[in-house]
Design a binder for this molecule. Structure first.
Ligand SMILES: NC(=O)c1ccc[n+]([C@@H]2O[C@H](COP(=O)([O-])OP(=O)(O)OC[C@H]3O[C@@H](n4cnc5c(N)ncnc54)[C@H](OP(=O)(O)O)[C@@H]3O)[C@@H](O)[C@H]2O)c1
Length: 221
């Protein structure tokens, strides 16, 4: 059987990147943790190995991580999305870039305030050009759930222009313990990004810690 791909997680020292690294390392993927500083990435790899000792994992600065990954994941705050992509662009050609960015604008994070490009995902795709296959996902999943050894009930909307790229991300989502759904082209990332502000409102007004969405209607198989 062919080896599984290497997944490079840029900003993988943070909350969401840590959670995805744990899930995909347990599923047998080789992980590269990217950071602006090598030492920070090395600390994150050391922590990952405490949880998943058999995991092949490397630490690199973001640009090297992007070049080393077969699949690259961007997990940095929205305000640093494009500047980070600029530093790693050379390593992204022909690859899937999974972008988790939620463009919340503090202090009103419970109000939908999407960027003028329509969504953070569309902004990344426009910025990078069509030889990078931007696929957005995980905007509605809490980082701490990914980090914990728990069943995640909420589903994941997967948007991107190429069906084959979405198929791959849906497979990765299932291997991380969640259901992923084709949400259509990158423009449709707006819905998942906007939904995060609505879930924040639901959490506040209904006193629950992490609401999520679930797609219904599928026949039992
Ligand atoms: N947290 C969640 O529950 C959650 C859920 C869904 C989606 N998201 C999305 O996931 C992304 C990451 O969220 P997070 O909570 O993981 O963020 P975070 O922990 O605050 O930051 C992630 C990483 O971003 C890097 N970073 C910070 N400032 C930067 C800068 N100026 N330039 C470049 N990189 C910088 C840092 O890595 P280094 O210092 O190592 O470079 C940091 O560890 C965001 O876009 C967020 O909207 C988060």
């Amino acid at each position: 059987m062919a080896d599984k791909e290497t997944i490079a997680i840029l900003g993988g020292t943070g909350d969401l990147g840590t959670g995805l690294a744990i899930r995909w390392s347990k599923a047998g993927y080789k992980i590269v943790i990217g950071s602006r500083t090598l030492e920070k990435a090395q600390n994150a790899v050391a922590n990952l190995k405490k949880i998943s000792p058999e995991t092949p994992a490397d630490a690199m600065e973001n640009a090297d991580a992007a070049a080393a990954g077969d699949i690259v994941v961007l997990t940095v705050p929205a305000e640093h999305q494009l500047s980070t992509l600029d530093t790693v662009r050379a390593g992204l050609g022909g690859k899937i870039l999974i972008d988790v960015t939620v463009p919340l604008v503090p202090p009103k994070v419970g109000t939908v305030q999407l960027p003028s490009e329509g969504s953070a995902g569309k902004r990344a795709q426009d910025h990078l050009g069509e030889d990078v296959h931007v696929v957005t996902a995980y905007q509605n999943v809490a980082a701490h759930l990914l980090q914990e050894d728990v069943k995640i009930e909420c589903d994941v909307l997967v948007a991107g222009n190429k069906k084959a790229a979405r198929d791959k991300v849906i497979q990765l989502t299932e291997e991380a313990g969640m259901n992923g759904w084709h949400a259509g082209p990158i423009e449709n990332s707006a819905a998942a990004e906007a939904l995060t502000s609505i879930l924040i409102q639901i959490n506040r007004r209904h006193d629950i810690s992490h609401s999520g969405i679930k797609i219904v209607g599928q026949e039992d198989h």
